[in-house]
Design a protein around this ligand. Sequence first.
Ligand code: E4P
Length: 220
Amino acid sequence: MKLFVDTGDIEEVRQAADWGVLDGVTTNPTLIAKSGKQFKETVLKICELVPNGAISAEVVATDYDTMLKEALEVASWHPNIVVKVPLIEPGVSLIKTLSDRGIRTNCTLVFSVSQALLAAKAGATFISNFVGRVDDISDDGMVAVRDTVDMIHTYDFKSEVLVASVRHPLHVVQAIQAGAHIATMPLKIMSMLFKHPLTDKGLKQFLDDWNKAGLHILEP
Ligand code: E4P
């Protein structure tokens, strides 16, 4: 199970990278716009901070020819860049073209297993299945994740299922239970994965007992 951070904020990427468990970064046009910096500058800085990670950078055109130009431009910036492409008709055609040329893609805005089928058949490296946005409209976003994982295994597709639009740690737990390959989440949610009240309580007790006994590891 890979962990990605979902952000366009360099300091957040640096923090997640410092924990030593980061496998990649996803960005989207909204997150890049929020960063207040130019797209290329932000993406290249992220590539530097996560040298072995997959860094998703999204095209913004919606017609095939311009999407292809943008995709080739973005892919030329760094070998770790994965071109993020929305699941629209020209997007699926573009994923097929890029896949045939050996360029990795992340098919985004996927909400159903039927959409995921198109992404997988086109050769998407990652299929970004959004869960939070489905939960927001009173449906269960994890259903499509489970169905997509089953589909990948049943038909032996090579795509990896990336659980996106993660809103809380339970989404991460459910992504693990579904057998998803990757979960991407805001830094705030990643930091919540550390938390357990018994960890805090247990650590306090260990340290109180140790200090009361006047013990040390390093020579004072
Ligand atoms: C995924 O790559 C998207 O950037 C992201 O997970 C969207 O999350 P949101 O629904 O919280 O905006």
